[in-house]
Structure formats: C-alpha cells, structure tokens
Design a protein around this ligand. Structure first.
Ligand SMILES: O=P(O)(O)OC[C@H]1O[C@H](O)[C@H](O)[C@@H](O)[C@@H]1O
Length: 565
C-alpha cells in the first residue's frame, strides 16, 4: 500500500502549514464561530480544541487525510477481529474486554465475549471470597494486602487506575482496611519497599505477566515466593500466590495452581490490557468488583462512541488527527499531558507506554521505511506541580502542544474559612489560565504599557501561539476514569492508522533484552568462575570490569523490609 505521505491530502496539509502560520492563535480565538465548531460534548465530557493552530479548513483537510488512510475501514477491521497486528498475526480486541455480556465480538470465527465474562465472573467470585475472608491464607488469616508483580503493560495501567480511584469516596469506602501495592522494578529496593510493613500471613501476591517470561517479573515472583515459603512453608504458595497470564502452562510450571490463574488472550496487547484480568483482578481485590465494573462500562461507552460517531463528533478521532497535524505537519514532536488532578498523577506514565510503544516505529505496516517521523514524545505531570517545574520551557522555550485535563467536581472538596475560592477552584483557576497564557502570550507593546524596564522586555515577552487542547471531565469516578483511558487508547490507534504503521507490536524492546542476556551470562561467569570480561567493546568492558571489582564484596541475600526511619 502507498505511504500516506504520498497521498494528495498529505501534500495539501503540507502546503496548508504556511496559511496557518500566517494567523496567530490570538486571532484564531477571536472568531467565535470557529471556536464553537471546535467543541465536542459527549456524556458530559467536553473537548475544546479551539486553541489548536488550526482553522475549520485544517480539520476538513485532516478528514480528507483520514479518508486517504482508510481510517474508518481500519477501525472496523479492528472491531471485527481481523489480524491487524500483522507482524504477530493477531487480532487487536481490547474493546472486547469491556463489552457487555450480550455483545458479539469475533476473533478467528469465535465470539470472544463469553470467555471474557467467564474470567470476569471468576474474578468477581475470587475477589469477593478474599475480601469477605472466606479465602484465607495458610495460617487461617484473611488476606487484606495484595502485592501485584508486573512491569510495563502489566503494571502501568493498573497503577494509573488504582491511583485515580484512591480519591473516589465509593472506592475509598470499599477499600477500607486493605492495601494494594505494585512491584515492578527488578531493583531489590523495590522488593524491599513493597514488603515493608507487610506480613506474609496476610498477603496475597498476584503475578501478572502476559508472557510469564519477562525476566524482571519472574525474578520478583521467585523472590516473593521465597518470602512466603520461608515464612509459612512451601505449601503456603497455593494460598498466597495467584497469577494473571495468557501462558497458563508456564504459570503451572512456576508452581501456581492453574485454578488460581486468571487468563487473558493473545489478542490483548500488554499496554492495552488494563481492562483484562491484568487490571481487573488486583483492582477488584482492592475495591470490589462492582467498582471496577463501572470502570469497564466507562471504557465501553467510549468504544461505542469511537465506533459509531462521525469524525466531526468523535473525540478519539479528532484528538488523533490533531496529534498528526502537530507532529507531522507543524513539526512539534512532543506532547505534554497535564491533568489538573493529583489523582491522575500516573496517567502520563501510562500513556507514555501506550503511545510511545505503539507508535514509535520506523517502518510502515508493510515494512517500508517511513520518510517521516512517526510517534510522539509524551510526558506530563499534574498541574499545578508542573507549572513550577517545566512550564518555563513550554511558555518561552520549545513549542509543545499540551493536553489540559480538568475535573469539574473534586472528590475531596475543601473550602477554608476566610478564603475567596475553594481549593479546587484555586486548582481550576490555573487549568483555565494556562491555555490562554500559551495561546495569547504577551507582547513587547503590552509590557511597554506596563512600564517594564526596556532591558527586561525581551525576557518578559511571551510569543504565544502555542497550541493546547482542553478536556473537562464531570468527575473522577470509576466510570469516567474508564472513559479517559479509552479516549487515549483510541486516539493512539488513530494516529497509527493514519501513519500506516503497526501500533500493536513492539519489536523495538527486544534488542536491549537480548544484550542484557549476554551481560547476565558474563556477570555469572565472572562471579562464579572468575572469568575476565570479554566479547564487549572497550567502553562496556571497562564499565563491567569496574562494576564487578567494586561489587565483589557485597553480600547477597533475600531483600528485607526497609527499616522504619
Ligand atoms: O506482561 P509481560 O509479558 O510480562 O510483559 C511486560 C512488558 O514487557 C515487554 O518488554 C513489553 O515491552 C511490554 O509491552 C510488556 O507490557
């Protein structure tokens, strides 16, 4: 298939850049009709993209690009279970994970929804037993604490949802007396941190790994298996360890009873797996299944919106196309994700994986080298914290399109006596102010009128014309968290569909892993047989030799809980 960059709509958009660059955002924003056309409202989620460097004509041209890329057909192919992940020969059906019980979604001629619900029912039953104390540990005690071991897609999504739910009153109530922790890094410090304050007698370990081969996760799983069996005896593993995986054979080999394993399927990409048992099991153990079911329903409502809405009203499609405009035409490779909600502090780290692992590709889906850069650099922090950190660069340095995410109703409202606005209004004042500061900037003229010293004028000038978009959510309950997740998942798919890449494989993570295997072998040979470092370049040989020499006297043992300070 021809590259998208060879199509006429791509060329038209290239030519259109000069037109857009002639008009400053402050002028674009003075056209109310234009701004009105750049608002989309869906189930109380409001998207305002009027601060994009775009005219209605730009959006029209982007829709033509979408047509040239066969966007609608590609979305349909995803939903109908075609093997659109062609390098792994797999369907891409995370939408099936949150489909209603009576939905029909086929993969390889089979409706996958009943299997999805079998696992969801099993999670509901198991999590209720653990939560109500009818499933107990080896010493007969209720398991009130959960450590979920996993990395990448088996970690970041569940952590984001957990962090977001922690301020929801319903979720707080249902999690009372329980703890959920995430162990991801193979760094023994992470093990020590996670077992600090936990008693193996009351702890359930959930090993989460799609492949059940990921080196970090398996080492952490072995370490916690040892932590449990050295305290409670090897037979305790059956009561204290369960697994989530697509590879049930390896789960059993590891020593976890397959009855205590929660399956998912190869048509779920790791970074799209938070709605499978990967997220649903640990989150249901913490909050109860009914809370997590609302999260799934929220994601599902966006799945339907994405599938059925015309592009002009389709939030993920619009967001995806605007990203393409910023990255491929205006030449802004990065995007800042700025939630004005501390509960969303783990949203940007999750989206980093979903976006950068999906779209950071150098060839088209047919293997043709791309003559343009695909993917974008995502980063972010909650506001207002970020304002006191990297916003200087965003305001006066590089142009970085920003996503401002705000929440209408705070889950934890505070109104101090004597204050003019509530704490939440204070937060939101910044959410509303920052996009205009970026868009309008401040001119030398304005500064002169304010009698600013001439030598400071260049330093205090803001060029403005810096694009952003704003999403306003009604509240941050489980349902809306599901929606937010699905909006971004689909936005990223849209970008990949337009660029014509495979957003659902991740070969780029393999090379580093295989080189680490070589290093691991060397470390082992040097430590056990005293072998010299060999077969590496000068730099790595020097560094490895220094590491081996300087760490030869460090005693190795099971990590212990960190001391209380
Ligand atoms: O779930 P697992 O099989 O353990 O994989 C965990 C993670 O590791 C891999 O390296 C991939 O980059 C990720 O996409 C994946 O989510």
């Amino acid at each position: 298939m021809a590259l998208i960059s060879d199509t006429q709509p791509w060329k038209d958009l290239k030519a259109h850049v000069d037109d857009i660059n002639k008009t400053h955002l402050r002028d674009l924003l003075s056209d109310d009709k234009r701004c009105q056309s750049m608002l989309v409202d869906f189930e109380d989620i409001l998207l305002d993209y009027s601060r994009q460097q775009a005219a209605p004509e730009t959006i029209h041209k982007l829709f033509q690009l979408a047509e040239a890329a066969s966007l609608k057909e590609k979305i349909n192919r995803m939903y109908s279970g075609e093997h659109i992940n062609s390098t792994e020969n797999r369907s891409v059906l995370h939408v099936a994970l949150r489909a209603s019980r009576d939905a029909v979604i086929q993969s390889d001629g089979k409706n996958v929804v009943p299997e999805v619900w079998n696992v969801l029912d099993k999670i509901q039953e198991f999590s209720e037993r653990v939560r109500n104390g009818s499933w107990v540990g080896a010493r007969g005690k209720a398991l009130k604490d959960v450590v979920a071991i996993g990395i990448g897609g088996s970690f970041l999504g569940p952590l984001f949802v957990h962090t977001a739910l922690q301020t929801d009153p319903e979720a707080i109530e249902s999690a009372r007396g329980r703890q959920l922790r995430f162990l991801a890094n193979v760094d023994p410090i992470d093990v020590a941190r996670n077992i600090t304050g936990l008693n193996p007698e009351t702890t359930l370990v959930v090993v989460v790994s799609k492949t059940f081969t990921t080196a970090e996760t398996m080492l952490n799983a072995r370490t916690l298996r040892e932590w449990i069996s050295s305290a409670l005896g090897p037979s305790a593993v059956a009561k204290h360890m369960v697994a989530v995986s697509t590879n049930l054979t390896l789960v059993e080999k590891f020593g976890i009873d397959p009855n205590n394993a929660f399956a998912f399927w190869d048509w779920v990409g790791g970074r799209y797996s938070v709605c499978s048992a990967v997220g649903v099991l640990p989150l249901s153990l913490q909050y109860g299944f009914s809370v997590i079911e609302k999260f799934l329903r929220g994601a599902s409502s966006i799945d339907q919106h994405f599938y059925s809405q015309p592009f002009e009203k389709n939030i993920p499609v619009l967001l995806g196309l605007l990203s393409i405009w910023n990255v491929s035409f205006l030449g802004y490779p990065a995007r800042a994700i700025l939630p004005y909600s501390q509960a969303l502090e783990k949203f940007a780290p999750h989206i980093q994986q979903v976006s950068m692992e999906s779209n950071g590709k150098g060839v088209s889906i047919d293997g043709v080298p791309l003559p343009f850069e695909a993917g974008e650099i995502d980063f972010g922090e909650p506001g207002t914290n970020g304002q006191h950190s990297f916003y200087q660069l965003i305001h006066q340095g590089r142009v970085i399109p920003c996503d401002f995410i705000g929440v209408v109703k705070s889950q934890q409202p505070v109104f101090l006596k004597g204050e003019v606005v509530s704490n939440h209004d204070e937060l939101m004042s910044n959410y509303f102010a920052q996009p205009d500061a970026l868009a309008y900037g401040k001119t030398a003229d304005q500064l002169q009128k304010e009698n600013v010293s001439p030598h400071l004028i260049p330093h205090k000038t803001f060029s403005g014309n810096r694009p952003s978009l704003s999403l306003l959510l009604p509240s941050l309950n489980a349902y809306n968290i599901g929606k937010l997740l699905a909006i971004y998942e689909h936005r990223i798919a849209v970008e990949g569909f337009i660029w014509g890449i495979n957003s659902f494989d991740q070969w780029g993570v393999e090379l580093g892993k295989s080189l680490a295997t070589q290093v691991r072998k060397q470390l082992n040979a040097s430590r056990t047989k005293g072998e010299q470092v060999q077969g590496f370049n000068f730099s790595t040989t020097t560094m490895l030799t220094r590491y081996l020499q300087a760490s030869s006297d460090v005693p190795a043992d099971l990590p212990t809980a960190l001391p209380k300070i």
